[in-house]
Structure formats: C-alpha cells, structure tokens
Ligand binder design. Structure first.
Ligand code: FCB
Length: 477
C-alpha cells in the first residue's frame, strides 16, 4: 500500500538562530564576589515586602561558577545562540571609571566557551541591574545615567568586541521605566509617573548614545539591537472608546520607544496624553536625533497579549497587568484605561496563552520597517513543574506553549517578516524578579538547594527542533 506523503513540517530557514536567554541578576549569583557591588535589585530584594518571601539573587542558580556546566547543557539542547546580560555592577561597580578586570574576565571566559561550543554569544548590556550608586544619584530619571550607560557600554565593548558580535543595548526599557519608577513593583520601586516618563526618555537616550559609542569601539561586523517587550494590544470591544484605549497603551507601551528609536521622534499623541503631567522639557534639542541610530536588528520579547477598554471617569486607575500587582499605575496618561484578562489557557503567571499576539507584532513591525531584521529575544512560560518519582520533569504545557509560538513565528516568516532567530525564556529556572523563585520558566529544571540541573521534557523537544530546523509537534500534541 502506498501511503500519502506526511504533511511537511514547518521548516525554518538555514542559519536561523535557536537560542535560550537568561539575565545576570536572575542567574549569576556571586553577588559579592570579585568586586561586584549592589545593584538596585540587591537593594530592592532587601526591602521588606518587595520580593516574594524575601528571595534574592545572591546565589540564584550560581551561573557565575557553573557556566561551563550550563554551556554543556546548551550543547545538549542543540542551541546555536545564547543571550545573556552583562552585570553593570560586576564590571563597573560604581557606574563610573575603569572596568573591573575580574568581572570582565568572567564574560570573556563565557564568550570563549560559547564560541568553542559553536554557540553565538548575544550580549545584553542592561537587564535591569543599575549600580545602586547611580540610583542614589537619581537613577534613570536623570540624564547623567544615560551618559554613564554609554561609557559603561564602551568599556564592555572594548573588552568583549573581539569575541561577541551580537549586541543588545537595553532589555525591556518599558519595565525599567514604568515598573521601576511608575508602579514600583520592580527596582528601584518608585511610584512617580513623571519620573517614569523621564526614565523612559533617558533609557532611550542611553540606547542611542550607546549605539554610537559601540560603533566606535566594535568591529564593523558587530550587529547592534535593542530588545523591547512590545505589547500586542487589543480592544475589549470594537467601540471607538476602546480603540482609543488601545491607542493610548500602544503609545505609552510601545511607541514611546519605537518612535524615537526607529523614527526619530516621540509620538505626538503620547505628548498630548501626558501633557497634564509634564511638558517633556527634559527632551533636549538633539536628543531624538541621537536616539535614532541605525540598528541591525530589533529584539522582540513577547509572552501574552494585552486587552484594554475605556473606563468611566473616576473609575480605579489602570493597574500594572501581570508583573506582580502594585497600587500605582505604570501607564502615565492612561488613567481611564481598564485591563482585562485575555481569553485562553493560562500559565503559572496567570498570563493567557495566545500566540497570535506574537504574529501580530512581527508582521506589524515588518510592515512598518521592512528592512529591519527581527529576532524573538524572549518567549516562554512558567508552569509548576516538579520532578516525578523517576527524576524526569514532564512539562507538556511548556512544550505546547513554545510549539504554538514557534508556529506563529513561522507564519510570520511566511507572511514576509524577516525573523532571524528565537530565544526561549529561559535556559534555566531562575530568580523571577518580584516573584522570587516561585515561578519556573526554564527549559532546564533547577533544584535550588542542591543546584542540580535537569533538562525538562520541553528541552528535549526543543533540541530536536533546533537540530532539524523543523517544527516537530511535541509528544501528545
Ligand atoms: C521579561 C524579562 C525576563 C523574565 C521574563 C519572564 O519581562 O525580561 O527577565 O523575567 O519576563
């Protein structure tokens, strides 16, 4: 009997980067070693009531000492890229002056081992761990922090530029500005809408100054980018009022960064929405030009869509959605916007699983910026996975989540989006910010007291996809 040919599996282009991501404070530990000093997250973790059960990143998953073992795991996973972040307080503890050699050496060794294993290092320069000293001097709401950031970036570029070819300036500046200074659920925990807007601008400026500084010290082959957690915003109903709520959240959630970074100007509607709070005079004459630097690719981080509606005047202000509660709003100028649970199955973060949001973002970006390659620099899900009696960790929901989102990436490719790679968040279970160690995002399970690593079933499935460039369905799908 001749069987009909099996339907071809979706195939990713040759050279598509298969990655996993982590960040320094979430995995490294070694918080007081080799000259590292406190970042705003060390301070925040020590502030009672800020982080689940007072958890800290002091030890985390000890990646600082176990990175070689972790690279062996990456090899087993078939990864061709690893996205990590450089800890600013480890390489330039006060945020000023020369670099600390021991700190820089750690990243040199990490990059060397990755290259030896055939894995492309992708370095993020800022994943939320501002040196405490710079926060004490005013933090991101102050212009000087943007200038310090570019100096630090140049120092790291000089130290690693011969090994690292892919760079990301900032990770999710929306979270730094609006969760850090607006709703206060992230470090440094301030709740001041004007400080949040000022922080957003100085993060933008820090990005622009850093791209310029890096181009000055890196080889011409270096590829520079930024990773944004763009919000796939949808209206609760098709009403004009709900569509205006979408516009507001798109402005203060997405275009506040995309505007100056990719088009050289803040959106007029954002300035109007926030005019009762600030006149934006902290934006100096040439700042938008400075921020608008050519990029080699754009990193997109996506987890879940955002559903909004217009709320009546006097209703409760908009709350942070999904990052740990808080009483103040992270959405300046959007007080009359309500947030609603998106439909669909939920992860342990209570985030709805909806891969169409990723497709929406990638194809939308491709339409507006057809010449800008894209990379999914974070995507993943937390579930309550624990080892079974035989020691294995079966996490069918995570494999299902990743499979569905990779299918969305593939659809976006088919629809013309130039997506060059995908990084699962995260390589390892780790310190999930305000949730401490309560939420597990890893492809690899970590037993924290023993620091043992066990690849979950999703890791084995992901390895098969990475090795074949084919989107095999996970077992049981
Ligand atoms: C993103 C962060 C990352 C991780 C995931 C779950 O917002 O960039 O560090 O916490 O969420």
């Amino acid at each position: 009997m001749v069987l009909p040919p099996a339907a071809a599996l979706p195939r990713f282009p040759a050279g598509f980067l298969w990655g996993a991501a982590t960040s320094a404070y979430q995995v490294e530990g070694a918080a007081a070693e080799d000259g590292r000093t406190a970042s705003i997250w060390d301070t925040f973790c020590r502030t009672p009531g800020k982080v689940f059960q007072g958890h800290t990143g002091e030890v985390a998953v000890d990646h600082y000492h176990r990175f070689r073992e972790d690279i062996r795991l990456m090899v087993d996973l078939g990864l061709t890229a690893y996205r990590f972040s450089v800890s600013w307080p480890r390489v330039q503890p006060t945020g000023h002056g020369p670099g600390v050699q021991k700190g820089l050496d750690f990243y040199r060794r990490l990059a060397d081992e990755l290259l030896a294993a055939g894995i492309t290092p992708v370095a993020t320069l800022y994943h939320w761990d501002l040196p405490q000293e710079l926060e004490s001097a005013g933090g991101w709401p102050e212009r000087a922090t943007a200038e310090r950031f570019a100096e630090y970036a140049a120092l790291v570029g000089e130290a690693l530029g011969d090994r690292v070819g892919q760079w990301t300036t900032l990770n999710e500046p929306w979270c730094s500005a609006f969760l850090g200074y607006g709703s206060g659920v992230h470090a440094p925990g301030r709740t001041d809408p004007v400080a949040a807007l000022r922080a957003a601008h100085h993060l933008n400026l820090g990005h622009g100054l850093t791209v310029t500084a890096l181009r000055g010290v890196l080889p011409a082959t270096a590829r520079l980018s930024v990773s944004l957690n763009l919000h796939a915003v949808r209206p609760l109903t098709p009403s004009a009022a709900d569509r205006d709520a979408v516009r507001r959240i798109d402005a203060v959630g997405n275009r506040v960064f995309l505007g100056p970074m990719l088009e050289g100007a803040y959106p007029g509607d954002l300035l109007a929405d926030t005019a009762h709070l600030t006149d934006w005079s902290f934006v100096r004459a040439d700042d938008e030009k400075e921020i608008h630097q050519p990029l080699d690719w754009l990193g997109v981080n996506y987890y879940t869509p955002t559903v909004v509606s217009a709320t009546a005047e006097g209703a409760a202000p908009a709350r942070e959605d999904g990052h740990g509660g808080g009483t103040a709003s992270p959405w300046p100028g959007a007080d009359r916007v309500g947030f609603h649970p998106a439909p669909g199955a939920r992860t342990a973060m209570d985030w709805a699983v909806d891969p169409s949001g990723l497709h929406q973002l990638l194809t939308g970006l491709a339409r507006c910026h057809p010449d800008l390659p894209l990379m999914v620099t974070e995507n993943g899900a937390a579930y309550e996975d624990e080892p079974g009696a035989d020691g294995t960790v079966d996490d069918p929901e995570r494999a299902g989540y990743l499979h569905a989102h990779l299918a969305a990436v593939h659809r976006a490719l088919t629809d013309g989006a130039d997506v060059r790679g995908y990084f699962a968040w995260s390589l390892l279970d780790n310190f999930e910010w305000a949730y401490g160690y309560a939420k597990r995002f890893g492809l690899v399970h970590v037993d924290y007291p023993a620091q043992t690593r066990t690849p979950k079933a999703s890791a084995h499935w992901y390895a098969r996809v990475a090795r074949t460039d084919e989107l095999h369905p996970p077992a049981g799908a």
